[in-house]
Design a protein around this ligand. Structure first.
Ligand code: HAX
Length: 423
């Protein structure tokens, strides 16, 4: 058993004590009042969830356990996962123990490959990923222990076992899906000597350019978490609050990630960029961009990769990938188009009053970078996003279970109730 169980045990004792004190001292304090507009509006801005793995202030973007993304761009996914689970970056010895533990859990059960091979050829890669996760439910240590009877206080430990098993296996499953779905040849098995990013790079078999390995590492880190209220995070927590195990809750969350307003936006964004380039025969001029923004909006579509439900600045994750592109392939025409869109689109969106955030989110750039390295199958992009986000979603679930978070059950009201309030 790796150091992570000991380190979490120590922290959970402190966290539980603090929670108990906060609830006894200030249980009646008000965090948020809910307006009629918020009840109709996707609960935007309603403060009713607790998430400590990361926060997303609207003027700063992703901060993981107090560390802004800019301070994490050189870290490995294992370091950031340890940080989310415990609140601290690992020491050198802790990182080795933690990484070794994950390496030892990589093997994917053979029945997962049988299932994936039996699926129709035109199955979406996200359906393949979610089916693979769901069929592994019988591996759940939590479900097994729960059936045999387990003290509530200790349920986080078997949830952590499930989390580590899933995080360790997902790169192999995701890479296998890529090779199977897009006829890239035999599945490349995981290598137990490699870390998560290195092995995902190796198993995809897309490119042997070392920069691509750096990109995968950055990709996994930058997409690791985005606080607790986004669709996939909320879905995970709602499902797991019923004491469903992580196999159920993670696959449910990824069904939400597959939507065009959430994780699918990166593929929509690249598709839009390539359509623009085809229409104008290369990188468009500023005037052409203005024209296409207007036309896209007129047709009733959103500008993919722009706007955000929380952020009111350029997403720092967009900045991180833009800097990566500037360093490694500044003159690539697709990348140049993404950069030029960034110069023009926000000014155009600012003219539309209802849009609260005219700035790019992470999805405005990542597709272009994957495309540059030869990963050109758009429908796969959300799978990579899911592999990365599994870090934050599983960390949040382990912590919620440790904090004995009860069953979610907000109260709904009827339209008549609203009529009565509005008068
Ligand atoms: N293009 C056109 N219209 C936009 C827009 C955009 N990029 N962003 C917002 N709007 C519109 C909304 O559709 C909404 O219009 P209606 O009132 O007619 O429905 C209005 O402006 C107000 O929206 P908002 O309050 O600014 O933003 P929301 O919180 O409602 O939505 C979205 C946030 C991210 C869904 C939205 O900005 C959007 O659709 N962006 C394009 C898709 C996208 O990039 N999604 C990825 C987000 C990042 C993420 O979660 N990744 O997983």
């Amino acid at each position: 058993m790796s150091i992570i169980f000991d380190r979490m045990s120590e922290r959970i004792e402190e966290w539980r004590m603090e929670d108990w004190q906060l609830k006894s001292k200030g249980g009646n304090k008000v965090l948020s009042e809910v307006t009629v507009a918020q009840a109709y509006g996707g609960m935007r801005g309603v403060r009713a969830l607790i998430c400590d793995t990361s926060r997303v202030p609207q003027d700063k973007g992703l901060i993981v356990r107090g560390m802004p993304l800019a301070e994490l761009v050189d870290k490995t996914p294992e370091e950031v996962y340890f940080l989310m689970l415990t609140g601290d970056l690992p020491t050198k010895d802790e990182l080795k123990s933690f990484t070794d533990d994950i390496k030892a859990r990589k093997n994917v059960p053979a029945y997962v490959w049988d299932l994936l091979r039996a699926m129709p050829r035109d199955t979406h890669p996200m359906v393949m990923l979610n089916s693979a996760i769901l069929i592994m439910h019988k591996e759940s240590v939590f479900a097994d222990e729960y059936d045999r009877g387990i003290k509530k206080d200790d349920q986080w430990k078997s949830t952590l076992e499930d989390a580590l098993n899933l995080v360790a296996k997902l790169p192999a499953i995701a890479a296998g899906i890529y090779r199977m779905k897009f006829n890239k040849g035999e599945i490349i098995p995981p290598d137990s000597s490699m870390d998560l990013a290195g092995d995902y790079f190796h198993m995809l078999g897309v490119s042997d350019v070392p920069d691509f390995k750096d990109l995968i590492r950055l990709y996994l880190v930058a997409h690791c978490d985005h606080e607790g209220g986004n669709v996939s995070a909320l879905a995970t927590q709602v499902i797991s609050s019923s004491l469903a195990d992580l196999y159920y809750s993670l696959s449910g969350a990824f069904n939400g990630l597959a939507g065009p307003l959430h994780g699918l936006a990166n593929q929509e964004s690249l598709k839009w960029v390539l359509e623009i380039m085809e229409k104008y025969g290369g990188t468009p001029t500023n005037n052409q961009i203005k024209e296409i923004v207007a036309k896209t909006m007129e047709s009733g579509k959103v500008i993919p990769g722009y706007g955000h439900a929380v952020l009111r600045i350029t997403d720092p994750r967009f900045d991180a990938f833009l800097n990566f592109g500037k360093k490694h392939f500044p003159n690539d025409p697709v990348f140049l188009t993404v950069s030029r869109l960034y110069e023009v689109v926000p000014e155009e969106l600012k003219k539309i009053e209802k849009i609260k955030n005219p700035w790019p989110n992470v999805d405005a750039v990542t597709g272009a970078i994957l495309y540059y390295y030869g990963l050109k199958e758009f429908s796969y992009y959300t799978v990579m996003f899911a592999v990365s986000r599994s870090l934050g979603l599983t960390a949040q679930t382990v912590i919620n279970r440790a904090m004995l978070t009860p069953l979610f059950r907000p109260k709904s009201v009827s339209t008549q109730y609203i009529r009565d309030i509005v008068g």
